[in-house]
Design a protein around this ligand. Structure first.
Ligand SMILES: [Zn+2]
Length: 228
């Protein structure tokens, strides 16, 4: 059984045989991503201006790329308060949320030390998507799921992290598994691969004491429904 991947990067260089959400932070890669989707219909592709790169990209570039390459989502977008330019990040984030509304696309959100501000902003939009690498408590989790967001569970579940505590209180209707390949590995592995999602599902099934296959069926259909 395949455990779908709710986020990996173009750099992972995969040709997916299961539903796989693939992003790039490099807008020059968008034509190649579109080609990949033509070859692998199970790939869902998206791009956006990542909060780490707000200074290198102009928001004007984005709309023509969306029109031409018709992504399945916009992302990663969001706020990262470990990085500079908070004000500029907020501007670029909200402009991209407006584009997502205009093109009726879900979004994948990168949020580091910024959950409260991301929530405040998302509450003013009627928009859906995934909170990538979710790692916070059950109160924040509930706020996002009330808005209709899915929570992406990745390598943090293999560590001593907030999500290992709050996972008990997050309903399995709200979960998807993500590898973040090739960047976020688990334990001492050098790189992550898309199929690491299966390991994260195993870890969560064990913590929740539920059947692994049931859990994967839920998370797979949660992800599938986002793109229907
Ligand atoms: Zn990220």
């Amino acid at each position: 059984m395949f455990c779908y991947d709710a986020l990996c990067h173009f750099e992972a260089n995969i040709k997916p045989n299961k539903l796989t959400v693939i992003t790039t932070t490099n807008l020059d890669d968008t034509p190649k991503l579109a080609t990949l989707r033509n070859q692998c219909p199970k790939a869902k592709i998206g791009f956006g201006i990542h909060p780490w790169f707000v200074q290198n990209n102009s928001i004007e570039e984005l709309k023509p790329l969306i029109t031409e390459y018709k992504p399945d989502f916009i992302g990663e977008i969001g706020l990262d308060y470990l990085r500079p330019e908070a004000k500029l990040q907020q501007q670029v984030f909200t402009t991209q949320l407006n584009l997502a509304m205009e093109f009726n696309l879900p979004v994948i959100i990168h949020s580091i030390r910024a959950y409260n501000d991301v929530l405040k902003i998302l509450k003013t939009y009627n928009i859906h998507g995934i909170i990538h690498g979710f790692n916070s408590n059950d109160v924040i989790a509930k706020e996002f799921t009330k808005l209709g967001f899915l929570l992406g569970i990745g390598n943090n579940i293999s560590k001593n992290s907030k999500i290992t505590q709050s996972i008990q209180d997050i309903g399995i209707n709200n979960l998807v598994f993500e590898s973040d390949a090739p960047f976020s590995s688990w334990f001492n592995k050098k790189v992550s691969i898309s199929d690491d999602t299966f390991l994260y599902a195993q870890m969560v099934a064990k913590k929740l004491d539920i059947n692994l296959i049931d859990l994967i069926e839920y998370s797979n259909s949660n992800l599938q429904n986002l793109f229907n």
